[in-house]
Design a binder for this molecule. Structure first.
Ligand code: DOR
Ligand code: ZN
Length: 425
């Protein structure tokens, strides 16, 4: 099967490409990328005035299977991913059971084989049942194919356990992804500690609970020489600590999510639980600091932290609602709307943050349009505006903070390993 994508603006930062080109896909691989490919093809996609980009790589996704298939399944989550332009994702291990043993890993791998529509990479838990007490058998997990470890949803409180985890991950060359939160300081808060928590009389989560743990995690990574990736950075102080560490040569990378550069804590004043997540939306100054850190490269990655929850778990009192928001289907458009349209990023920067950098950080061969690479490609109309609506989501859950918002940038085609998905919009 030959597919020819014609006359689109091709962006491929790995190969320093930003120009009008054609891409030929043969047998699920990119076989040629050049100007004016003259060739018979089984399918032609005319991409004039469209962006042709490497499929996105989202390194923070909660697929919920096994255990909470009422929120999401591997099938529905990967379909939502493709719809949003995400061809590869890292599945987080806070499932039931957690991905903390070879047995549990095998169950997940089997389910992925059966249900997945996209490329799913696996993040295993750092500790048994994510309790922060005993480090898992990292050597075996790595051998069986996991690409990173994280107790995401929680932080490993014990310095000694985390030190041990870093030591062993260094030996196994496994990336440690840190959900950096000191629970003693966040004290079961539900919103940012600041004017919103005071005004609403809700328990606040301090920025300190995040950045002190970021500092701890980076110190331990430095001591052991392990690679650390800080998940969902939400506040200015975390950015400053990470920036200093990078300048000091420590192997640290980090990510943020579209909600942290689009919204701030003021959104919570309406008690809409689609603005409740952990870490919480912070102050306007924090939001601006996150934007700046993206544009100057301190923040390496945009990931969705796609965290589906059912309506029953969200449509209740703010304090009792679950933390987290869906994001796979809106992350690209939200990033185009907030970052590219506001000149904080050009297209190359966007693709670095959403495809190339996460691939490099995870050590997976994705994120480029090189000849020979898997045909993971998206065709995007950069100007087309659309409104995020519940009924259009392919995810099983609709807990999105972008509902009702007009977003710019629409995925028209997703090719995943050469399989073409055309989206009606
Ligand atoms: O808001 C969040 N939701 N933050 C996390 O760290 C976990 C996630 C979830 O799994 O729902
Ligand atoms: Zn987390």
């Amino acid at each position: 099967m030959k597919i020819l994508i014609k006359s689109g603006r091709v962006i491929d930062p790995a190969n320093k490409i930003d120009s009008i080109m054609d891409i030929l896909v043969e047998d699920n691989k990119i076989s040629k990328i050049a100007r004016n490919i003259k060739l018979e093809a089984d399918k032609i996609i005319v991409a004039e005035n469209k962006m042709v980009l490497p499929g996105l790589v989202d390194m923070h996704v909660h697929l919920r299977e096994p255990g909470r298939e009422d929120k999401e399944t591997i099938c529905s989550g990967t379909q939502a991913a493709l719809r949003g332009g995400v061809t590869s994702l890292l599945a987080m291990p806070n499932t039931t059971p957690a991905v903390d043993s070879i047995g549990h890993l095998k169950i997940l791998q089997e389910a992925i084989k059966k249900g997945s529509k996209a490329n799913v990479f696996i993040c295993a838990a750092i500790t048994q049942d994510r309790r922060g007490e005993e480090v898992n058998d990292l050597a075996s997990l790595k051998k069986e194919g996991v690409v990173a470890i994280s107790d995401d949803g929680a932080s490993v409180d014990s310095d000694a356990v985390m030190l041990e985890a870093f030591r062993r991950s260094k030996e196994e060359k496994l990336l440690v992804i840190c959900h950096s939160e000191d629970k003693q300081l966040s004290r079961q808060g539900v919103v940012n500690l600041g004017f919103t928590s005071t005004r609403l009389g809700l328990r606040g989560i301090s920025a300190e609970s995040e950045y002190k743990r970021v500092a701890r995690d980076i110190t331990l990574a430095k001591e052991t020489g392990a690679s650390v990736h800080i998940a969902h950075v939400s506040c200015q102080e975390s950015v400053e600590i990470i920036s200093r560490a990078k300048k000091g040569g420590i192997k640290v990378t980090c990510e943020t999510a579209p909600h942290y550069f689009t919204f701030n804590e003021a959104e919570v004043l309406g008690y809409d639980t689609n603005f409740k997540m952990n870490p919480p939306l912070r102050s306007k100054e924090d939001m601006l600091a996150i934007r700046k850190a993206l544009s100057n490269g301190t923040i390496d990655v945009i990931a969705s932290d796609h965290a589906p929850h059912t309506e029953n778990e969200k449509d209740i009192e703010f304090e009792r609602a679950e933390c987290g928001v869906v994001g796979l289907e809106t992350e690209l458009a939200a990033s185009i709307t907030e970052l590219v349209s506001n000149n904080l990023f050009n297209w190359e920067g966007l693709i670095r943050a959403m495809s190339l950098n996460p691939s490099r950080i995870l050590g997976i061969s994705k994120g480029t349009l090189s000849a020979g690479a898997d045909a993971d490609i998206i065709v995007v109309d950069p100007e087309k505006a659309w409104v995020a609506r519940k009924e259009d989501f392919l995810s099983k859950s609709q807990n999105s903070p972008f509902l009702g918002r007009s977003l710019k940038g629409c995925v028209e085609y997703t090719l995943c390993q050469g399989k073409v998905h055309k989206w009606n919009s």
